[in-house]
Design a protein around this ligand. Structure first.
Ligand code: PEP
Ligand code: MN
Length: 342
């Protein structure tokens, strides 16, 4: 259920509603919008209905949340988009996130060169995996802790917030020390223990869509994080598995637009993993932004052909800089359309 407060509801009235919801054992999550505060009440519907909050002081109306994901639903924010604050940088709404860097942190030289170059090329955050999920057990799995130290150094030198993957709950503490955003990879989208641990840390979460996950499953995975009181979730579409083998995956552009419609969370796109092909990063990035993506995460390496992972989909700095400029042009135009109510 969702309790919509009156525009002039006082803090005391909001607190009183929260306390009454919680008295039933349900969770209350107030979301303070620009115009009204909406309190999400997640728990036993009948218990909440019995409170008859409808006539309570400060309450405008009580409405059911129709989707199975409640706190992630667009409905709960009355169409207002979430804007996340990540180490001083905003993501979501009109704030475009351009996350760039190598697939995997390979060496000090590789990472620092990449970090300075993507910074100069227009990136707003740095990506780089220290712990890598690889299809083959014989592939390079990242530098682990040493990779984290290098990310910390790159951040100290460039000021770019760091996005890095958490694969295992046991790595949570060291990863938290360095990451500004915890990436939950596609393969772990429904690793609920990992989602809960990451969510409870309070750190912003970049939640990749599983390659075989439906839109609803993806949003329900985000709901796990939100239900634990962490509202800082960025959704990332990175391609789903279809019959088509000509590219690595198939970018679900419908899913990007739909996720944007159905949730208030920022939705970004990973054209690198979605396509697996360097030549497709520019066109797919532009399409993603035109479809309403609030950001992109792109793999960039000083010498892409020598990358130890995902070489075929990795671009060099000149290529990245051209993509960044083109994307900003499209984002400026598309943003104008999305700000109009259709
Ligand atoms: C990655 O971002 O390096 C990665 C492994 O992505 P995904 O989980 O989307 O495959
Ligand atoms: Mn990769």
């Amino acid at each position: 259920m969702m309790v919509v407060m009156k525009p002039d509801a006082t803090e005391d009235e909001i607190r009183a509603v929260v306390a009454r919801i919680e008295s039933t054992g349900a969770r209350a999550r107030p979301a303070r919008g620009e115009e009204v505060t909406v309190i999400g009440a997640i728990g036993d519907r009948e218990h909440i209905a019995r409170l008859e909050l409808d006539g309570s002081p400060g309450v405008d109306r009580v409405v059911p949340i129709l989707k199975p994901y409640k706190l992630a639903s667009a409905q709960i924010r009355h169409g207002e988009r979430s804007v996340l604050e990540i180490s001083g940088r905003k993501v979501g709404g009109d704030h475009f996130a351009l996350i760039a860097g190598p697939c995997t942190v390979e060496s000090r030289d590789q990472l620092l060169t990449a970090a300075h170059s993507v910074n100069a090329g227009g990136a707003t955050m740095l990506r780089g995996g220290a712990y890598k999920p690889r299809t083959s057990p014989y592939a390079f799995h990242g530098l682990g802790i040493e990779g984290l130290w290098l990310l910390a150094e790159a951040k100290a030198q460039t000021g770019l917030p760091v996005v890095t993957e958490l694969m295992d709950v046991r790595d949570l503490d060291p990863v938290l020390e360095v990451a500004d955003v915890l990436q939950i990879g596609a393969r772990n989208m429904q690793n609920f223990a990992l989602l809960r641990a990451a969510g409870r840390s309070g750190k912003p979460i970049l939640l990749k869509r599983g390659g075989g996950a439906t839109l609803e499953e993806w949003l329900l995975a985000a709901e796990y994080v939100l239900a634990d009181g962490n509202e800082n979730v960025i959704l990332c579409e990175r391609g789903i598995r279809t019959f088509e083998r000509a590219s690595r995956h198939t970018l679900d552009l419908n899913g990007v637009a739909l996720a944007r419609e159905r949730t208030h969370l920022p939705v970004i796109v990973d054209p690198s993993h979605a396509t697996g092909k360097r030549s497709l990063i520019l066109p797919v990035s532009l399409a993603a932004v035109a479809a309403g993506a609030a950001g992109l995460i792109i793999e960039v390496h000083p010498d892409p052909d020598q990358a130890l992972s995902d070489a075929a989909q990795t671009v060099d700095f000149a290529h990245f800089t051209a993509i960044a400029a083109a994307v900003r042009t499209v984002a400026a135009v598309a943003g104008g359309y999305y700000s109009q109510a259709l």
